[in-house]
Design a protein around this ligand. Sequence first.
Ligand code: ADP
Ligand code: MG
Length: 683
Amino acid sequence: MLDLKKDVKYVKGVGPNRVILLNKLGIYTLGDLITYYPRTYEDRSKPKTLFECMDGEEALIDVIATSKIIETRFGKKTMQKIMLRDSTAQAEAVWFNQSYLKSKFTIGKRYRMYGKLEKKFGRIQIANPVFDEYGMTTNTGKIIPIYPLTYSLSQNIIRKIMENAIKEVYGNLEETLPEYILKRENLLNINEATKLIHFPKELKNFEIARKRLVFEELLITQLALLALKQNEILKIKGIEFSSKYKINEMVQRFPFELTNAQKRVLQEIEKDMETSKMMNRLLQGDVGSGKTAVAMCCAYKAVKCGYQVAIMAPTAILATQHMENFQKMLQELQIKCELLISGITKKKKTDILERLKNGDIDILIGTHAILEDNVEFKNLGLVVTDEQHRFGVRQRNKIVKKGQNPDVLVMSATPIPRTLALILYGDLDISIIDELPPNRKKIETFAVTKNMQERIDRFIEKQINQGRQAYIVCPLVEESEENDLKSVIELCEKYQKEIFPQYRVSYLHGKMKQKDKDDIMLKFKNHEIDILISTTVIEVGVDVPNANIMVIEDAQRFGLAQLHQLRGRVGRGEYQSYCILKYEGKGENIRKRMKVMCDTNDGFIISGKDLELRGSGDFFGTMQHGLPEFKIANLFEDMGILKQAQAIAQNIMGKENGLFLQENLKLKKVVNEKLNQLGSGTL
Ligand code: ADP
Ligand code: MG
């Protein structure tokens, strides 16, 4: 039987070096390999005449060699050139440093070449083409898959490996979808789909193959989410918080009037808390929409009802900030809050753990430190996790185990449209704060290119002289955190030494020790630093009301949702705030994305546009959304298929033990694998 879990090193053509490179792409098994789908395709099957080709076009040409390879040398480099013709025109092909080509061509012989053609001064040149002798189809004569990322593997090599893998699996893949679904939805079987997605005979084959694979991926996700929801939530009896203590008592105590949206979500949550069903709710709201106040109200109710509350934040800075806010509001009510982060002394920690266990602490606020085994509650009744995308399902489950089915509120600052949220977070109920507190000033956003540097610097100078502070976010460096660090330090030095020697400039980076990071952040907060250069680690909810400028370098590299998060770090105080997006590149897509950021401050609109403007594949490839990752589906393009899959999933799960029906057993197996991946056990 075919084993898809087999190590990729056993695939023909994969030696020890290539294994390492494949691993870097996240490919460890045969199964990973064959689901590493092409990003796009090149049609190298239909030749054009030289006359037909447009300047700059990539095309297949059918030509006769009219010269030998002529090699010229400049310094260490060599160039190989050959003259060609077809019935319509003459052309030349050039390569660099490929001396071996000298023996590959014969005058008068026919070849097929694929590459980019340039027409200049009446000459046609094709640079670095791939080619075959006429009649051969190693590099031409077919549709060629282009894979997303390959590191040091060339497209040719990865293609070759893929050909071997597909040969091995074709005909042996076990069907994952039930016959009745394949028939009714008119879907390709798994073997054909897998083969054609990599090596389509014609471009339209690929569409059919893709549809089948997208459908499967979305159906399985839907089923898994619905299964989670049925299993974990409906069946689990949770705490029934008393209706004697009303959230409204807390609402009255704020120095401001809560927005209607905040009041509405509080009603939803309170209703949920008062039922015996275990609450599992996602609270979505844009940056600055006031999620903390909502969390505080819920915590108040839980404590009043005699339970303890855990508030988890992804960083110590955030946890500390929450602690301050909670203290301010709750101290006078004799509600006891404590902070548990790794930075506190051993003595303090022992004290907290003890008082937590005997019920002396009402609300514990902290980081991952809360998850440690020795943290025991007396009667944990409510768990709130902030900035949900930093915590996996696994961690959520871990904290929940510290109580007797406590209610769970997950807060996320990545707003996505409700329809999508409902689908993607099938396992959670959803409340949305779709309104910002009144009188928020719009953050003025400008997208600028490099040549504006001087003017931007003067602008920052002016603001800092007026007593404000600025964030500067470094470009994303993909290869490694070390490079990331280097880029932060370099940028920091440039600002310290050349641009703003008169100001206090410092930097922050993910690789720094937690304590050092907290120190820097605290200094910034206390205005001991004027300009903070940072990687995206500042992305998450820290409040420095005096900072009113956010500069983002190489903004084109970030996703819109992430830019929006970063921008949300300013505009938190009384001052008019500014976001400056420095970008490079002329692509229309880049300009469109920058325009979206300049045009709106609404996170829901931005996330919708983000879906639309990102290419297939890369959209959920990054973790920044915290949404399930898809290998092939693109939620924007595939909304139609998603709805179809959702309907079927609901139908199956609507039946009693739907996944255990004979006809659905195949699905059950794949859904279980999916649940395992999500860290949620199996059915
Ligand atoms: P986020 O949803 O991004 O976590 P916060 O909870 O940090 O937002 O709230 C941002 C700021 O808005 C805080 O300073 C908070 O005190 C304030 N705030 C929250 N709700 C309101 C409101 N209804 N009216 C005025 N200010 C509010
Ligand atoms: Mg927040």
